[in-house]
Design a protein. Structure first.
Length: 351
């Protein structure tokens, strides 16, 4: 483990220097790793492990787009591609990467396939932590571990191919074999993590649900909409409102934040902008702090997961989500966005 100072707090993290891919291969030697679900995380993690020489099989229900995707990626029915239950039966490590609602629906059949000494792996603490809602209570004789990449499955794959990685947290919920931690770290390295930081199942799910409802997705979308609507209501054109709200952020400023932090981004803007942003940042922070408290409470109390499970277990859940996403995409702001993107030099057709 490497001790790293994160702004005055020292944490222990693991990189491929401390836990090499050769060591991961040795730990996973002789294991059959079944990736259940070939949605978004499934392909990223499965393909990276396969490229790293791990014996990977896929468990996926037949007849859907995900089954076809697994075929397209070279998994062979009856050899490396099976129905979910059969893959779980063959595996010594079951990586449950079905959707969170799908994990609940399939748990009774998966549970029956777990043998003593197997490992049950998740990329989210959801199912295990909210057991009263999900019914997911693993048997005592299996390891229960987690590696949660902090990014989309698409990026897990993309970054692996370009030689970088996605940071991930890891945790052990239950160590039945005495090798749970080794197994978790080996899998974390084999799926191509940048660095791995320790967490617990609870902390992972609380932070993840807060983050996606907050800054990463929900708050970001809400904040942008509020500013865009304000500018439009004050007579600014869609092009002006969109550029001042989204385009400048995504095309310029957030890249500077990624490169070198917020102070670096501020330092690369005018002193007029710096003065104003420094004055207004604490006001925004304080205005939304109570909302963040409410959000965290809603996560911890199980209200958020209850809503996810009831909404996403409905037979028509995908159509309903698609309808809401389409309404968002068709709002004036995001139609303006589409027009702005088309005008980017790289998207303009040559005359
Ligand atoms: N999305 C991410 O980038 C991300 C990041 C970090 C962690 N995670 C975690 O990784 C896990 C997988 O997430 P994901 O986003 O990859 O999920 P997803 O794309 O929603 O996964 C869908 C998969 O679950 C299957 N499925 C859904 N309902 C099912 C059911 N009732 N019976 C059988 N199969 C069912 C789907 O099969 P069909 O296609 O046949 O419906 C598909 O293979 C989750 O625990 C998630 O929280 C995800």
């Amino acid at each position: 483990m490497a001790k790293i100072d994160f702004g005055g707090v020292v944490e222990e993290v693991i990189t491929a220097e401390e836990f090499t891919i050769e060591r991961a291969r040795r730990v996973l030697d002789g294991e059959t790793v079944a990736v259940l679900g070939y949605g978004v995380q499934g392909p990223g993690q499965a393909l990276n492990m396969r490229d790293n020489g791990v014996r990977v099989i896929i468990g996926q229900r037949e007849g859907s787009k995900s089954w076809q995707k697994a075929l397209d990626d070279g998994f062979e029915p009856g050899k490396t591609l099976f129905p979910v239950e059969e893959a779980a039966r063959q595996a010594t490590i079951v990586m449950n990467l079905l959707s969170d609602a799908g994990q609940v629906a399939t748990w009774p059949v998966i549970k029956k396939q777990l043998a003593p000494g197997d490992a049950l792996y998740f990329s989210h603490g959801f199912g295990v932590v909210y057991k009263d809602q999900t019914g997911i209570v693993p048997p005592a004789d299996v390891d229960v571990i987690l590696v949660a990449p902090k990014g989309s499955g698409t990026t897990v794959r993309r970054n692996f191919l370009d030689g970088s990685g996605i940071n991930a947290s890891y945790a052990v919920f239950q160590d039945a074999t005495g090798k749970a931690s080794e197994r978790a770290l080996a899998l974390g390295i084999a799926i191509g993590s940048g660095y791995l930081f320790p967490t617990t199942f609870e902390k992972e799910v609380y932070s993840d649900l807060t983050g996606e409802r907050g800054v990463l997705m929900g708050a970001l979308a809400g904040l942008m909409e509020a500013q865009y609507n304000l500018l439009r209501s004050k007579g600014h054109s869609p092009s002006e409102a969109f550029n001042e709200t989204v385009e400048e952020l995504t095309q310029s400023l957030i890249r500077l934040v990624a490169e070198n932090g917020m102070d670096w981004m501020f330092a690369n803007c005018s002193t007029t902008a710096q003065r104003g942003a420094l004055d207004w940042a604490p006001r925004f922070r304080d205005a939304v702090a109570p909302l963040f408290e409410e959000l965290y409470e809603s996560v911890v109390s199980g209200k958020e997961t209850e809503r996810v499970l009831s909404a996403n277990s409905a037979p028509d859940y995908r159509a309903r989500l698609d309808a809401e996403l389409s309404a968002l995409g068709n709002s004036e702001m995001w139609r303006a966005g589409a027009a702005v993107r088309k005008l980017r030099p790289e998207n303009r057709s040559p005359k």
